[in-house]
Ligand binder design. Structure first.
Ligand SMILES: NC(=O)c1ccc[n+]([C@@H]2O[C@H](COP(=O)([O-])OP(=O)(O)OC[C@H]3O[C@@H](n4cnc5c(N)ncnc54)[C@H](O)[C@@H]3O)[C@@H](O)[C@H]2O)c1
Length: 360
């Protein structure tokens, strides 16, 4: 029998406001719009600097109004619309500067190309009184909502160990803009796990990290393999290990997020990374030590996945905050700046290098 006893879905807003999209690229097609469709959110307008792309998206998703300029998209947006910005990190600042004071906006991660960019973004949001959230949606993947529900219920006890491990072959060509960037792997991929870890364990005390490219892909200057240790002192032990250059077939590919606690453990296979963007099946397994010697790993059936369901959560929480249904905006830019600061520390650590081996 399928077991649906843990919470798995984000709470939807009572009256979702309309959405106006800025940037209509791959992630909007693969995740934003399928999520909004299933949640019943209405997109009323869109703008992309690439007109052909915008026309294709209008055809595919029936967007009622495609705008010729950012100014037109802003001017034609209903007063209560939420802006949904999904552009490369370097384009965010100019777009936020064009939004009217006090409006609600959800911005695709990352929050700029580095911490300095993130601080500029935060400053603009503060100056313009924007109700601004970053789209760190992994927090809302159904398997994470379920894990959080179990952890909040105390079922696995205190978190003592958290790990994200990814060993896959990633099609970086899907993001041509990434090739020109000095920062790629941590800023565009591992950042999801860094943000996720923060949402469970808080901001770490420090970071030890090494990020590097791969001999087979020198054109990806910003790295495709990372080892990140998030330092929480004596407990918990947390690390994020990624290798996007595992070209040896599916058998040994891995993509999991694991929580070990004092009373149990949860291990989630995030299949999306394994055949991106179609994805392989997810798997949610857990063990509760309360069962004593009879404790065994169980499988929890999960409805939905990272793509697209997680994208319902980030948009829903912004809409619910705007309407006063929740008192705190979970993915606010004020919180996301700490994810960016942690990522910055990882790059600093990587640049600094390891402790030299003492001469003997
Ligand atoms: N899971 C995730 O959270 C996830 C996954 C993939 C991509 N992303 C993020 O989404 C963003 C976009 O990624 P993508 O995969 O859609 O890339 P993409 O290249 O497919 O699309 C980006 C789109 O933005 C448009 N654009 C660029 N500058 C613009 C501007 N100033 N105004 C309007 N449109 C503009 C481009 O023409 C393009 O259509 C990136 O920041 C990426 O990090 C997030």
């Amino acid at each position: 029998m399928p077991e649906f006893k843990y919470r798995q879905a984000a709470t939807l807003p009572v009256n979702p406001p309309p959405i106006v999209s800025i940037g209509l690229g791959g992630i909007v097609q693969d995740a934003h719009y399928p999520a909004y469709k299933s949640a019943g959110f209405k997109v009323v307008g869109g703008f992309d600097i690439n007109r052909e792309r915008a026309a294709k998206m209008r055809g595919d998703f029936g967007i009622p109004r495609i705008c010729e300029s950012l100014a037109e998209a802003v001017a034609s947006a209903p007063g209560h619309a939420v802006f949904d910005v999904a552009v490369p990190g370097g384009a965010i600042v100019d777009i936020l500067n064009a939004l009217p004071q006090g409006r609600a906006v959800l911005v695709q991660k990352p929050m700029g190309e580095d911490l300095a960019d993130a601080q500029r973004i935060l400053k603009i949001c503060r100056e313009r009184n924007l109700i601004a959230a970053m789209n760190f949606q992994l927090r809302y993947a159904p398997f994470i909502i379920a894990a959080r529900d179990m952890i909040n219920q105390g079922l696995i006890g205190e978190i003592e160990d958290m790990e994200a491990r990814v060993q896959v072959s990633t099609p970086w060509h899907l993001w041509p803009f990434v090739f020109a960037l000095p920062r790629a792997e941590i800023l565009y991929h591992s950042i999801h796990y860094v943000d996720l870890v923060r949402s469970f364990c808080g901001t770490p005390l420090g970071v030890y990290a090494k990020t590097m490219g791969h001999p087979s892909a020198p054109e990806l200057r910003g790295g495709s393999r990372s080892m990140i240790i998030l330092d929480y002192g004596e407990n918990p032990r947390v690390n994020v290990m990624t290798n996007h250059n595992h070209i040896y077939g599916e058998t040994k590919q891995e993509s999991f997020i694991k929580f070990e606690g004092s009373k149990g453990a949860i291990q989630i296979r995030a299949g999306l990374n394994m055949n991106y963007p179609e994805g392989a099946p997810d798997r949610f397994e857990y063990i509760l030590l309360d069962a004593g010697p009879a404790a065994t790993w169980q499988t929890l059936e999960i409805r939905g996945s990272w793509f697209p369901e997680a994208f319902i959560g980030t948009m829903s929480s912004l809409m619910r905050y705007v309407s006063g249904e929740i008192p705190v905006l979970p993915n606010s830019v004020e919180d996301a700046i700490h994810t960016m600061a942690t990522v910055e520390a990882a790059y600093e650590s990587s640049k600094r290098g390891g402790t030299p081996i003492p001469a003997v």
